[in-house]
Design a protein around this ligand. Structure first.
Ligand code: APR
Length: 279
């Protein structure tokens, strides 16, 4: 289907839909200033996931290359601490005025909620929470607290022998003490997803009439399975991305309809056209 056919089809599908599932990835937050992972200049180009996005790798890096960990943490925390929702997050929130919408996000930036969305499944957790690994108790962190950590990290960036100071600086986010071990409430590579959250995402995928896959390379599972679940249950699946993602398993299910371009441009226009005269 070409773009001039895909647009009216997407608009009509939204108008008819009772339940819309929106799966988002890093691309939806790119125009909020948060770099994606795998595009040029992305985080994983500079920092290998095995060393910086697994707990064993991160702990080894803390001991062997603490200054590189400082750079990594600045690269992750600073854009998220400063980001504000963009036109794409706002458009999704606007759609919720007229339709049942479930958002399943792989992002840890909380930007959907800050745009006003409430029905958000954070599959990979969030940087705005810290979890005590023994008790499972979760406490929240503010953007201001993240900013303070970033300021402390910048001070460390030019110093030597940073490990003890680094551990002190990131204490609100990561601490080991007699009171317990507290870590960011995010899922790193090699960790299982929260079962209840993944089940909620699967239920939404099997119940929705249509699904929009926005700004994700679809390389990380099990999130990337959701569109196959939706297709198998008969939903129409659209993808909003400036590049075409190569389909795995596409022979078994209907093809994905591409809306080629930036989420912050496509979503506001799509939602506007699909909800005209509805409010
Ligand atoms: N609008 C829409 N899509 C965009 C935009 C934009 N403005 N800018 C970039 N993209 C697309 C890219 O073309 C790419 O397909 O966003 C996608 C980003 O892909 P990744 O960097 O792989 O990010 P994501 O798919 O969210 O990664 C999944 O991998 O590293 C882990 O846990 C991390 O949640 C993350 C997961």
């Amino acid at each position: 289907m070409n773009q001039s056919e895909a647009w009216p089809f997407a608009i009509e599908t939204i108008k008819q839909a009772n339940h819309i599932l929106i799966l988002t990835g890093a691309g939806i937050s790119a125009s909020s200033g948060i770099p994606t992972f795998r595009d040029r200049g992305g985080l994983w180009n500079e920092f290998t996931p095995a060393r910086f996005a697994t707990w064993p790798g991160l702990l080894i890096s803390l001991v062997l290359t603490p200054k590189k960990v400082v750079q990594f943490l600045i690269g992750v925390l600073e854009p998220i601490a400063q980001a504000k929702p963009n036109a794409a997050h706002n458009a999704i929130h606007k759609l919720e005025d007229v339709k049942k919408v479930t958002i399943v996000t792989q992002n840890i930036d909380r930007l959907h909620q800050r745009a006003g969305s409430t029905n958000v499944v954070e599959l990979h957790g969030t940087l705005f929470e810290v979890i005590d690994i023994q008790s499972g108790q979760v406490s929240t962190l503010s953007a201001g607290e993240l900013q303070n950590i970033v300021q402390g990290l910048h001070k460390l960036a030019s110093q030597n022998y940073v490990l003890p100071k680094l551990l002190h600086t990131i204490q609100p986010l990561f601490s080991i003490s007699l009171k317990g071990i507290r870590i960011p409430n995010v899922i790193l590579f090699g960790q299982p997803l929260n079962t209840a959250l993944y089940e909620a995402a699967c239920i939404a995928a099997s119940e929705c009439d249509c699904m929009f896959v926005v700004g994700t390379s679809g390389t990380v599972f099990p999130a990337a399975n959701l569109k196959h679940i939706a297709k198998q249950a008969g939903a129409r699946v659209f993808e909003i991305n400036p590049t075409h993602i190569i389909e795995l398993n596409s022979t078994q299910t209907s093809t994905t309809i591409h809306l080629t371009g930036l989420a912050e441009q496509i979503l506001p226009e799509l939602v506007e056209k699909a909800t005209q005269n509805k409010r």
